[in-house]
Write a protein that binds this ligand. Structure first.
Ligand SMILES: [Zn+2]
Length: 69
């Protein structure tokens, strides 16, 4: 019998809305991408995941563009 308790991202943490940035507590056994934002209803991302980092990069780029006019 193998024990599959170790998740790639570890236990705990948060899910983050890709649209409004709303954070919800990650529920064990439920992928963030199957959760929906309570505010706007879009798919959530796991905080700190590859996709979340990509999103943060995009948001930073947007902000930089705004700053430069
Ligand atoms: Zn949202």
């Amino acid at each position: 019998m193998t024990i599959k308790r170790r998740h790639e991202m570890g236990d705990g943490g948060c899910c983050v809305c890709s649209k409004c940035g709303e954070k919800t507590l990650h529920r064990d056994g439920v992928p963030c991408q199957e959760e929906r934002c309570p505010a706007c209803g879009v798919k959530l991302l796991r905080e700190g995941s590859h996709h979340h980092k990509l999103l943060q990069q995009k948001q930073q780029e947007k902000m930089l563009k705004k700053d430069s006019g």
